[in-house]
Design a protein around this ligand. Structure first.
Ligand code: ZN
Length: 192
């Protein structure tokens, strides 16, 4: 009698609390996963609902060190330079490909695409130039309409470019810059 009513009242009180605890543990899990992938504070603040102080503590716990200070430069230039562009394009192609398949939440799509990018890079035996935080930034630039993909007129591959690239765009693989030596070009990443 009193036990049941007590149970009911507890249930009423704890229900929303349980929900928020669940949500919080999900947020912590997500933050820890992102830290493990090398995400910087900007990413964590953007992709979780945890407070800055909370994230700092979690970062120290998971990474075993304080997060690096300073913001990433807010510029699209990095993604447009030669080898960086090839890596960025590989990642973005994987990311866009995943968006056509199963319905993934934005963070899952990002982390999945990044893991696949790293796999490709390891198979090609080259250094991964694109960090997880850069990959996140790239997606933000694309979402904001500051970068897009353009088809190379020569090889037909899709490459990260500025929005209004001309129709006869040639990618960095088909037309490597003069500074790229033959040996370097051979060791670099191919997209097709
Ligand atoms: Zn090309």
């Amino acid at each position: 009698m009193t036990a049941t009513s007590a149970d009911q009242s507890t249930a009423k009180v704890t229900k929303p609390a349980t929900k928020s605890v669940l949500n919080e543990s999900k947020q912590i899990e997500r933050a820890a996963m992102l830290i493990g992938m090398g995400a910087r504070m900007q990413v964590l603040e953007s992709e979780t609902t945890l407070s800055y102080e909370r994230l700092i503590r979690l970062y120290k716990e998971v990474a075993g060190k304080s997060p690096s200070k300073g913001q990433l430069p807010f510029s699209t230039d990095w993604f447009l330079t030669w080898q960086e562009n090839i890596h960025s394009s590989l990642f973005l192609n994987i990311y866009e490909y995943l968006s056509k398949g199963i319905d993934l939440d934005a963070v899952d799509q990002l982390t999945k695409a990044y893991r696949l990018y790293i796999e490709q890079i390891e198979m090609a035996q080259v250094e991964p130039l694109l960090s997880f935080t850069r990959a996140w930034r790239l997606v933000k630039f694309v979402d904001a309409g500051m970068l897009t993909r353009t088809k190379c007129a020569q090889c037909g591959g899709q490459f990260v470019t500025e929005l209004y690239e001309n129709r006869h765009y040639t990618c960095g693989l088909c037309n490597p810059p003069a500074r790229a030596g033959k040996s370097k070009a051979a060791g670099s990443l191919m997209l097709h």
